[in-house]
Design a protein around this ligand. Structure first.
Ligand SMILES: CC(C)(COP(=O)(O)OP(=O)(O)OC[C@H]1O[C@@H](n2cnc3c(N)ncnc32)[C@H](O)[C@@H]1OP(=O)(O)O)[C@@H](O)C(=O)NCCC(=O)NCCS
Length: 398
C-alpha cells in the first residue's frame, strides 16, 4: 500500500540531510558536510529537482531529476536524467520504489521534458513504469601498445596543450554529438566537471589543422608508475579522422609510463576505427534506459534520416501519463517529424516498445512483443528505417 505516501521537494535542512543519508546508505558515498545539493539547487536554475516521498512525516524514498538534453538524429531532445533513486531499507519491496518512479515521471512531464533517461541498477522497477533499455555505454581498456598511428596519416594535424578552458571546445562536442546517438547535451555542472576534478590534475590537448581545432582530449592519469598506470579519458571528441589518429599518436607517446587507456565509447566507435592493431577489452557494458515522457514532443524534437519519408499510425498507451494515450499520426520528411492526433492506429505501442526503437538501439522487429509493440512487418520495417542511426551511447554517467 503506497497511497499513504506524499511526494514533494525537500522542505528543510533536515529533509536535505535525510535525502543525503538515504543516498549514502544506498550508494555509500559519504554525504558532504554541507548539503551541497541544496546549494546547487539555490545557485543554479538548471540544478537537480530533488524529490522525496513521505510516509507519516518520515522520508522513505528519494530521487532526483536533472534537466539536460540528449542527442538523437542530429538534434538535442529535452531530457530529464534520473539519478539517486533510493528507498529506506526497511521500506523496500513494498512498492515505495515504484511510487518514487511514478512521481519522478510525472515531475518530468510537468517540467516539459520529452524523454527521461537513467542508468538502472536493477531493471524490473523501471520496466514497470515504462522505461526500456535504449543504449549501452562501453568502457574500453586499450593497451598503450596498439594506439600509435603512422605519422604520415596525420595530414597536417598537430597536437598542442590546451589551457583556454572547456567553453571554446564545446562546439566540437556538439558537432560530434549531432552525428552520434545518445550523447548528453550537458548541463553546466557536467561541463564544469570535464576539466575540473577537485585535487586531481586534468590535462587537455587539442588536435588542429591550420590553427583550427578539430578534436580534443581531456584526461587524468591513475595507478602506479611501476605497476599498471592508466590514462583515464574524460572526453575524446573528434570531428576529423586524421585528428583522431593524431590524438592516438599523442596517447602512444605515453608508452614508457602508461600501460593502457580507458575510455567510454559505443559498440561501433568511430574513434577506434584507425587503431592499427586489435587488442582492446571491454571492462563493462553499462546499459541505460529511456522512457517517453511527452510523445509528440519526443517525436518532433529528434531528427530523422534525410532520405526517409514515412507515415506512422500509432495507437499509443501510457497508463501513468494519460495525455500520451491515443491515436497519433506521425509524418516524417526532410529530417523532421510532425505529430497530430488521428491516423488509423495500426502500430500499437507503449513507451517500452517505442523507446528502444526511438533511440536507434534495436530494430523494431526485434522489439515487437505483445503489450509493447505490435505492427505488421511493413510497419515494423518502416519504424526501423525512420529511427535508424548510430549505436547509442554516452560519455557521461549520472
Ligand atoms: C531499487 C529500489 C529503489 C527498489 O525499491 P522498492 O521499494 O524495493 O521497489 P518496489 O517494492 O516498488 O519494487 C518494484 C519492482 O522491482 C523489483 N525489485 C525491487 N528491488 C529489486 C532488486 N534489488 N532487484 C531486482 N528486482 C527488484 C520488485 O520485485 C518489484 O517488481 P514486482 O512488483 O513485479 O515484484 C530499492 O531496492 C533501493 O533503494 N535499492 C538500493 C539503491 C538502488 O539500487 N537504487 C537504484 C539505482 S538505479
Amino acid at each position: 500500500m503506497t497511497s499513504d505516501i506524499t511526494f514533494g521537494p525537500p522542505l528543510s535542512a533536515d529533509d536535505i540531510t535525510r535525502y543525503l543519508e538515504l543516498g549514502e546508505y544506498a550508494f555509500s558515498s559519504a554525504p558532504p558536510k554541507t548539503p551541497r545539493l541544496a546549494r546547487i539547487e539555490e545557485d543554479e536554475p538548471d540544478g537537480p529537482l530533488m524529490r522525496v516521498g513521505r510516509r507519516g512525516g518520515e522520508i522513505v524514498g528519494r530521487a532526483r531529476v536533472v534537466p539536460m538534453g540528449q542527442w538523437f538524429g542530429g538534434r538535442s531532445v529535452p531530457m530529464g536524467a534520473i539519478g539517486g533513486v533510493a528507498v529506506a531499507a526497511e521500506h523496500r519491496s513494498g512498492g515505495v520504489g515504484t511510487a518514487v518512479a511514478t512521481d519522478f515521471i510525472r515531475v518530468a512531464r510537468q517540467h516539459g521534458f520529452a524523454i527521461s533517461t537513467l542508468f538502472p541498477a536493477s531493471l524490473p522497477i523501471y520496466r514497470k513504469v515504462g522505461y526500456e533499455l535504449a543504449g549501452t555505454s562501453y568502457h574500453y581498456e586499450i593497451p598503450i601498445g596498439i594506439t600509435a598511428a603512422p605519422r604520415r596519416l596525420m595530414e597536417g594535424v598537430t597536437v598542442r596543450a590546451w589551457r583556454e578552458g572547456i567553453d571554446p571546445l564545446r562546439p566540437l562536442y556538439a558537432a560530434e554529438a549531432a552525428r552520434s546517438a545518445g550523447k548528453l547535451d550537458r548541463p553546466p555542472t557536467f561541463w564544469r566537471g570535464v576539466l575540473d576534478e577537485g585535487d586531481q590534475a586534468v590535462h587537455a590537448v587539442v588536435a588542429e589543422r591550420d590553427g583550427v581545432p578539430l578534436a580534443y582530449l581531456a584526461y587524468t592519469q591513475s595507478g602506479q608508475y611501476d605497476a599498471d598506470r592508466y590514462i583515464d579519458v574524460r572526453d575524446f571528441v573528434s570531428t576529423d579522422r586524421a585528428a583522431t589518429r593524431a590524438l592516438w599518436t599523442f596517447i602512444a607517446g605515453h608508452s614508457g609510463t602508461v600501460s593502457a587507456v580507458r575510455l567510454w565509447g559505443s559498440a561501433a566507435d568511430h574513434r577506434l576505427v584507425d587503431l592499427p592493431h586489435r587488442g582492446q577489452k571491454v571492462l563493462v557494458a553499462e546499459p541505460w534506459m529511456v522512457r517517453i515522457i511527452d510523445l509528440p514532443a519526443a517525436l518532433t524534437a529528434r531528427g530523422y534520416p534525410q532520405a526517409v519519408t514515412a507515415e506512422l499510425h500509432l495507437d499509443y498507451r501510457d497508463d501513468i501519463l494519460p495525455a500520451n494515450t491515443g491515436r497519433w499520426l506521425v509524418r516524417i520528411a526532410g529530417g523532421r517529424a510532425t505529430v497530430e492526433p488521428g491516423g488509423d492506429g495500426r502500430i500499437a505501442a507503449t513507451s517500452r516498445g517505442l523507446a528502444p526503437v526511438y533511440s536507434g538501439h534495436l530494430p523494431a522487429d526485434l522489439v515487437a512483443d505483445a503489450g509493447s509493440l505490435v505492427a505488421s512487418d511493413d510497419d515494423l520495417a518502416l519504424l526501423s528505417t525512420a529511427f535508424a542511426g548510430p549505436s547509442p551511447w554516452m560519455a557521461d554517467s549520472f
